[in-house]
Design a protein around this ligand. Structure first.
Ligand code: ADP
Length: 254
């Protein structure tokens, strides 16, 4: 029995092929056409697993673009999928923190793995991958360089919570000859502060699993881990947690 999970996110589209374990995965940019991205990532994951479409017993879609996928069997919200994927990877997970391209969320998970509560910030780019992309654009560095520069540097305080105002603030800091290292560290700290304020509205239970593309950044993981002070898990491939959860839900359904 083999299932597939497809997570069409705002920035990246992910697929996982699941047969009780992760058989293969693929990640591609969503681009302007979520329908095509969903199809292409599925084919890429199939190819990676040396499987044909007819080998898959159920396809479950999630993410904001799941509505545009005509070839899937079920659609499930990303909240449920992230909780499911995180519990598969780290069975004691009680809180999922997910920071994606254009939203961030905190999900409280019960002892039995069910979603107890969640809060989602999808109204504002601050504290999301988009925020980081804008900021690294101004600093003319890559996302990985942002982490390296921030590591061990004293953060300058960035007071604007809004991405547009934070952009102006950073331009001002550069004009005052504040180092890129201090600014990079301030940007990482802003992400941590934003997540701490989100978790103040949802009970943040031990233990935490961090998912989403931003969890690819070791420095952001380190700062968040020390800010939360709880057991803090990071998946080897944090971006596929939602697609993995979708594939597992299909597997369980069968
Ligand atoms: P979505 O599901 O909303 O498309 P993802 O969970 O796939 O989001 O994450 C995409 C985001 O991850 C992008 O905005 C990108 O900025 C961020 N990202 C990817 N790699 C890194 C990295 N090494 N450091 C920081 N952010 C990263």
């Amino acid at each position: 029995m083999i299932t597939a999970g497809i997570d069409v996110g705002s920035t990246a589209t992910k697929a996982v092929i699941f047969d009780g374990t992760i058989r293969s995965m693929a990640i591609i940019p969503t681009g302007w056409n979520p329908k095509e991205a969903g199809r292409n990532v599925f084919l890429e994951a199939l190819n990676e697993a040396s499987l044909q479409e007819q080998d898959i017993s159920m396809i479950v879609g999630t993410g904001y673009g799941r509505v545009s996928l005509a070839f899937i069997d079920r659609k499930v919200t990303e909240i449920t999928c992230h909780a499911k994927g995180a519990r598969f990877l780290f069975p004691q997970t009680r809180t999922v923190i997910d920071i994606g391209g254009q939203d961030s969320k905190v999900i409280a998970v019960g002892e039995d793995g069910s979603v107890v509560d969640f809060i989602m910030n999808d109204k504002c780019a601050a504290g999301t991958g988009r925020f980081l992309q804008v900021m690294t654009g101004i600093l003319d560095i890559t996302l990985d360089e942002l982490g390296q520069m921030a590591s061990g540097s004293k953060p300058v305080s960035i007071n604007s919570m809004c991405t547009v105002f934070a952009e102006s603030e950073i331009i001002g800091l550069l004009a005052q000859e504040v180092t890129k290292e201090a600014i990079a560290s301030g940007i990482v700290q802003t992400i941590a502060n934003k997540m701490l304020s989100l978790t103040s509205r949802v009970p943040c239970l031990e233990e935490i699993t961090f998912s989403g593309g931003v969890a690819n950044n070791p420095e952001i993981c380190a700062v968040l881990s020390s800010a939360f002070g709880a057991k803090f898990n990071i998946a080897h491939q944090p971006q596929i947690v939602g697609a993995l959860g979708a594939a597992i839900l299909g597997y369980e359904k069968l």
